[in-house]
Design a protein around this ligand. Structure first.
Ligand SMILES: [Zn+2]
Length: 203
């Protein structure tokens, strides 16, 4: 009798969800699976061998990743963090200047829409203006955590432009912008540079 034996890996699913797949580039469904190698006889698993650990498999492209990939934000989560951060930043800057200035409010709404919240409007802005300063400050921190250095500069420049819409920056607006930069994780000198550059470009 001919014995057919070999080694095969078998996986079982232990969880599912949505993650950002770096292989096919988007928010996708995934399966979290645990693998084990088996000794097989006639292609049937008979003796369990070593554990192969956990993998995360993309539903769409079948690429496999280590579970740490689940710690990365999905594109949706990223957009939500960035637009929430910009909402908070423009509310703080507006409050430091002329809150009712029409040009400034329009620019604030545009800045938030630029971060993916396309239905943001003046009414939503009014609601944000009523939020406590400490809450707004905390909304900016996660945005900063997701942004690269150049993207932080871009973010801060958007906020500076809101401050400039009602005329040159007041000392209070300047202080607020430096605070916003601090929440983003920028150094004081870096913030001063970006603020000065944005003022220069607006002249
Ligand atoms: Zn994929």
């Amino acid at each position: 009798m001919l014995l057919v034996f070999g080694l095969s890996a078998f996986f079982r699913t232990v969880g599912e969800g949505v993650f950002h797949c770096q292989a096919c580039g988007g928010d996708r469904g995934y399966r979290r699976r645990i693998g084990r190698r088996w000794f097989t006889l006639f292609f049937l698993p008979v003796i369990p061998l070593d554990r192969l650990g956990e993998i995360v498999e993309c539903h769409t492209c079948r690429a496999r990743f280590r579970p740490a990939v689940l710690r990365l934000p999905t594109a949706d989560q990223l957009t939500a963090a960035l637009s929430a951060g910009m909402r908070a930043a423009v509310a703080l800057v507006l409050r430091a200047g002329v809150e009712g200035d029409e040009a400034a409010r329009r620019r604030a709404v545009e800045a938030v829409r630029g971060y993916g919240e396309e239905y943001y409007d003046d009414e939503a802005l009014e609601g944000d203006l009523g939020m406590p300063a400490a809450f707004l400050a905390e909304e900016i921190v996660p945005a900063g955590a997701h942004l690269a250095v150049e993207a932080k500069e871009w973010f801060l420049a958007r906020a500076v432009r809101v401050g400039l819409a009602d005329g040159p920056l007041t000392e209070r607006e300047r202080q607020t912008l430096r605070d916003v930069a601090g929440h983003l994780g920028m150094t004081h000198a870096h913030a001063l540079g970006v603020i000065a550059m944005t003022e220069g470009a607006a002249r």
